[in-house]
Write a protein that binds this ligand. Structure first.
Ligand SMILES: [Zn+2]
Length: 240
């Protein structure tokens, strides 16, 4: 029991460190191999960060959300991402998932990073999408080539929706088509738009103004979490 608790804590800390790295990695402007060798820097003043500045969560609280060199605010979204990065460990240890653990963990951390970036910029960087495709395809046990028709349909949707859905969102949906059964993708796709629709209506009601653009990846992330946890139940309930 004690060993299990220690192992949960250790895995949780690893996830938080990994998420902290992914958030930094997502924000770089140019991808080259020197990035992997050089020390982390402040996004605002470019000052090299010391070991104490790099401890996720704790450094944010200790520095009151500001860079110690330029006093600029560190985006709160980084702190929020690190705070929820340990959650998948609890789900994994309680065997609450409808997909293999490595794939779930990779999807969780990569989608969480992309969702937080999408909230800030309404986009996903190309280098991050590329890394996401490589990691997920390497970790998946099966590539569903027979579902390629669904990817073509998604691209037609992008073409005919006249940019009301971003290409980054289509790329993320296409990745799910490649590595999960069509039932999983179907549930993910429907629940994403239901949650996004309900949430937008709620926001419009509270703010009393129209919303013309919403970041979709945060809803894909929430839908992914919901479908992964309740997959067996959802498949049985909807006769999929
Ligand atoms: Zn700084």
């Amino acid at each position: 029991m004690r060993f299990q608790i220690l192992s949960i804590i250790f895995s949780g800390v690893l996830c938080v460190i990994l998420e902290s790295f992914l958030l930094q990695f997502c924000h770089i402007n140019r991808l080259d191999f020197t990035y992997l060798k050089r020390r982390s820097r402040c996004e605002k003043c470019n000052h090299t960060l010391q070991f104490l500045d790099l401890i996720p969560i704790i450094s944010f609280i200790f520095l009151k959300g500001k860079c110690r060199y330029c006093n600029e605010n560190i985006p709160f979204i980084h702190f929020a991402g690190e705070l929820v990065a340990w959650l998948p460990v609890i789900l994994l240890y309680n065997h609450l998932l409808g997909m293999n653990s490595n794939l779930f963990l990779a999807f969780y951390l990569l989608l969480l990073t992309a969702a937080l970036y999408d909230i800030q910029t309404f986009s996903i960087p190309l280098h991050f999408l590329l890394i996401m495709y490589i990691v997920i395809i390497v970790l998946s046990e099966h590539i569903f080539i027979n579902q390629i028709g669904l990817i073509i349909l998604l691209h037609l949707l992008f073409f005919f929706s006249k940019s009301s859905i971003g290409y980054g969102d289509i790329a993320v949906f296409s990745l799910f088509v490649l590595v999960t059964p069509y039932q999983f993708f179907f549930l993910l796709f429907c629940i994403t738009f239901i949650v996004a629709g309900v949430f937008s209506l709620f926001i419009m009601y509270i703010w009393r103004k129209k919303i013309f653009k919403i970041p979709l990846v945060p809803y894909i992330f929430l839908s992914f979490l919901f479908v992964s946890v309740f997959y067996p139940f959802l498949v049985r309930y909807f006769y999929l």
